[in-house]
Design a protein around this ligand. Structure first.
Ligand SMILES: [Zn+2]
Ligand SMILES: [Zn+2]
Length: 405
């Protein structure tokens, strides 16, 4: 993911074209109708195709620069997810001292007015040399309390640059984009898939997952099909080592299902997000870069395309009948014994043998039942729905029959 490297937008690199680009024309029309959300969606789609498109970044800033009241009165207000998209990281201004982020309108105002202007009550101040930035709250904290000056009084210069190597003067305006320290530039076209895991018993919805993913990766809602959403059992996300082990095993599952090309671990990055933007729990986000190796051509005699199946491993205790393995604490099926996969029907026996092998330590006879479709989010799996069974060592799928061994 090396072709995309821009960390922050520089106005000096942007040249106003004498001709309106299609994007500008579309966005201007939508804004005139008050359709802010659709306008920003258009911009995000354009940036998704070309994240370093300067015109796209400038237009995004002008949508975000519309006054807050105008936007709130809009029949289509912007969504949180849109506003904090990683695609907008290059136009974000971040406080150098705390977590505050905002979109400073100064770049747009300076571009649209040749005259110097003095924004009153700015959200922050910036070193004009190195872009060290402090938000209003951090500026207040840095300055001794004054009993005479009104809090709202505009200040020309306040605070000072804390970068020791910088000999910039005090902080002032304009405040220009700094980029976001937590967003790494990445080429969206190079992303093969993203594993999204939330700590806890409930699998996140697509919307939950998108809210977190779009904040840190240059993807948009249209990319939902790239996400592989999972939940994490207790204790599997407690530290780096357990998170890596979890990611590794889930990536292997995805490779087995044909959802990712082989050796995905080597092309992945693990991002641990504490209490996602929705405050709904910790996330592990694992973007996987596309493999540079070309995929082998499809085998000519592959009879069918992939289908979706649910697998369930069973064991045969010494005394008794076929049984499932359950976690004594949660009552859920034991990790790795139950899940959904996408694969051609003819590959199911091979997949079953791999699952059976993983539970070798159980010692007992094992078999894997397959159900057609994804039953992982549903209750009440019944033997009537069994698509086929693969017993240990078997290379074929047999139909389910009562008491079959
Ligand atoms: Zn701050
Ligand atoms: Zn400085």
């Amino acid at each position: 993911m090396a072709v995309t490297s821009m960390r922050r937008f520089d106005l000096s690199e942007w040249k106003r074209s004498p001709h309106l680009t299609d994007l500008r024309r579309t966005v201007a029309g939508l804004l005139a109708e008050g359709r802010h959300r659709t306008a920003l969606d258009e911009v995000l789609r354009a940036l998704r195709r070309d994240p370093e498109n300067l015109d796209g970044l400038f237009v995004a800033l002008s949508v975000l620069a519309q006054s807050r009241t105008t936007r709130l009165a809009s029949p289509e207000p912007l969504t949180e997810m849109q506003q904090w998209s990683a695609l907008l990281a290059p136009i974000t201004t971040a406080c150098s001292a705390c977590d505050a982020r905002w979109y400073s309108t100064h770049a747009v105002l300076f571009a649209d007015n040749d005259v110097q202007f003095q924004p009153t009550n700015p959200i922050g101040m910036q070193c004009q040399k190195c872009r060290y930035t402090l938000c209003r709250d951090c500026l207040k904290a840095q300055r001794p309390t004054s009993y005479t000056a009104s809090v709202d009084a505009p200040e020309v210069v306040a605070g000072s640059c804390a970068n020791t190597a910088c000999d910039g003067r005090g902080l002032s305006v304009p405040v220009l984009p700094t980029g976001r320290p937590d967003a790494t530039p990445m080429d969206p076209a190079a992303i093969e898939g993203v594993l999204v895991v939330r700590d806890g018993p409930i699998r996140p919805t697509t919307d939950d997952a998108l809210a977190v993913v779009t904040r840190f990766l240059p993807l948009i809602s249209d990319d939902a099909p790239l996400l592989h959403i999972r939940r994490a059992r207790p204790g599997t996300m407690s530290d780096n080592a357990t998170r890596d082990a979890l990611a590794r095993s889930l990536l292997l599952d995805l490779e087995r299902e044909g959802a990712l090309a082989p050796d995905s671990w080597g092309r992945s990055r693990r991002m641990h997000i504490l209490a996602g933007p929705g405050g709904d729990g910790d996330y592990l986000i694992v973007p996987v870069q596309k493999s540079l190796r070309r995929l082998p051509p499809a085998t000519p005699h592959a009879a069918s395309g992939p289908g979706t199946y649910t697998y369930l491993l069973q064991i045969l205790p010494l005394r008794g009948s076929w049984a499932t393995l359950r976690d004594p604490r949660t009552g859920d099926f034991h990790e790795g014994t139950f899940g959904a996969l996408s694969a051609p029907a003819e590959s199911l026996p091979g997949i079953a043998q791999e699952i059976i092998k993983r539970f070798e330590r159980m010692g007992q006879s094992r078999r894997v039942m397959f159900f057609e479709g994804d039953y992982t989010q549903e209750q009440g799996l019944t033997t009537d729905d069994v698509y086929g069974i693969v017993t240990e060592g078997s290379t074929s799928l047999s139909p389910y029959s009562e008491g079959a061994e």
